[in-house]
Design a protein around this ligand. Structure first.
Ligand SMILES: Nc1ncnc2c1ncn2[C@@H]1O[C@H](COP(=O)(O)OP(=O)(O)O)[C@@H](O)[C@H]1O
Ligand SMILES: CC(C)(COP(=O)(O)O)[C@@H](O)C(=O)NCCC(=O)O
Length: 419
């Protein structure tokens, strides 16, 4: 993959999702849980290889501007000036859509900088924008594509990946009147991840819980030569762990069924939360110590011989044990349960990621998938597991387009590897 120019990633007040369109489908009040801190590019950048810290960039963000990326000027992308391209990742829970649109000169304010004075500048050349959207059901997704892929004709191709690219191929073909071309899910993840890391300076970042405000996030741009190898832990409905040596050489070294699907599934059974965001909000307010048995509950303090601190969770959900006539404690609230559930899963994933990272001697572990949703508890737990246990040797990295890696990869795979 040769690239000539860095991508521009639109800064946004709201984060990675294309919110203007998302508002169309989601209740705006419900989608406020996260993302807000990853506002724009006004974060410090730390070069992953050299450790050099760069100051924040200055952007003038037109209020309400929505995120997109601008494709680099490359011949392989030229056809998108003439025809739109749509790609879909149909996973076990969500459908992720990535599609192109052409922005004509002067139609959108572009980036800006003049000795610190923010000024708006209109783009001079047409450019191809790539837009990102997610859906909870195939029906709403098909409706959106029907409305927005206006120039489609029957020879056009919908690039698809994920399990649903098999399961729903016929439905999509019939409903949209285009061909469906598949890219293998793991290949798509890697193509998408490679492209974003290589081209988008604002793509990957580290999370620092102890810091304040935006200082919690640091972008980690990386030179194209230093990207490989890395471990990719994709947390969707289930988890896939990939050791990646190049865009075409990788191995799925592990996986787990205890991922995002478990969180929403058990969350649904154990609390009254009606959706993922509500569950995360509950977790924010919860106190897991009312649900989990801590080391101090067993030892009365820390377990010094093993260096286990008293506040370490010894047994997730241990305090919900009502067998053996145990003295009953105050029943935990749904918020406490949500927090405990989120900690249980992210601790487990963090430990798995750390062990696989260690086993393959990886310096960088990237986390993808929509389970993360840039949630502080999740990112803190995953970062802690990696950084603490590797004694700083391995870095835990998150991605701005976390849930869109597969869809991005299918978008880039013009010919499809399962045509
Ligand atoms: N709006 C949402 N609705 C449902 N699940 C969500 C939502 N946002 C994040 N999630 C979490 O993300 C997971 C799905 O992640 P994703 O990467 O899209 O995987 P998949 O490809 O399996 O659908 C869900 O299981 C859930 O934990
Ligand atoms: C089957 C899957 C690749 C599907 O991907 P997803 O829709 O979850 O993103 C994934 O759920 C997975 O790797 N599950 C874990 C299976 C295991 O190794 O136990």
């Amino acid at each position: 993959m040769g690239h000539t120019r860095k991508l521009r990633s639109s800064p946004s007040k709201l984060g990675v999702r294309r919110h203007s369109a998302a508002i169309f489908f989601e209740n705006a009040k419900k989608r406020k849980v996260m993302d807000e801190l990853l506002l724009n590019s006004s974060l410090r950048r730390v070069d992953s290889a050299s450790g050099i810290v760069h100051p924040p960039r200055q952007h003038a963000n037109p209020p309400g501007e929505t995120p997109f990326i601008v494709l680099p000027v490359e011949s392989r992308f030229s056809p998108m000036f003439e025809r739109s391209r749509f790609a879909l990742d149909i996973g076990g829970t969500l459908l992720k859509l990535v599609y192109s649109s052409v922005c004509q000169p002067g139609s959108k304010p572009q980036h800006v900088l003049n000795n610190g004075n923010k000024q708006k500048k209109l783009s001079e050349d047409p450019e191809v924008h790539v837009n990102f959207l997610k859906f909870g059901s195939i029906e709403t997704c098909i409706e959106f594509i029907k409305k927005n892929w206006k120039d489609r004709v029957e020879t056009d191709v919908l690039h698809c990946t994920g399990g649903g690219s098999y399961k729903h191929a016929e439905l999509l073909q019939k409903a949209l009147g285009v061909k469906v071309r598949r890219t293998d899910e793991m290949n798509s993840l890697i193509y998408g991840c490679d492209f974003l890391l290589r081209n988008n300076e604002d793509e990957s970042f580290t999370y620092h819980h102890e810091a304040k405000g935006l200082e919690k996030f640091q972008y980690r741009p990386i030179n194209a030569d230093s990207i490989y190898p890395f471990l990719l832990v994709n947390i969707g409905t289930g988890i896939s762990i990939l050791k990646v040596d190049s865009p075409t050489e990788f191995q799925r070294v592990g996986g787990s069924s205890m991922g995002g699907g478990t969180f929403i599934g058990l969350g649904n059974l154990l609390t009254s939360a009606t959706d993922f965001d509500a569950l995360l909000k509950m977790a924010d307010r919860g106190d897991h110590r009312k649900v989990d048995t801590l080391v101090s509950d067993i030892y009365g303090g820390s377990y010094g011989n093993l260096n286990l601190p008293g506040d370490l969770i010894a047994g997730s959900f241990g305090k919900c044990n009502k067998y053996d006539n145990r003295p009953s404690s105050t029943p935990p609230s749904p918020e406490d349960i949500a927090k405990s559930l989120l900690l249980m899963l992210s601790n487990n994933i963090g430990q798995m990621a750390m062990l696989y990272g260690h086993r393959y001697g990886m310096k960088r572990v990237y986390f993808g998938g929509f389970f993360i949703r840039k949630h502080p508890i999740t990112m803190r737990t995953l970062s802690y597991a990696i950084n603490f246990w590797s004694k700083g040797e391995t870095e835990a990295l998150f991605m701005k387009h976390e849930g869109y890696l597969g869809a991005m990869g299918a978008f880039l795979d013009e010919n499809g590897d399962h045509a």
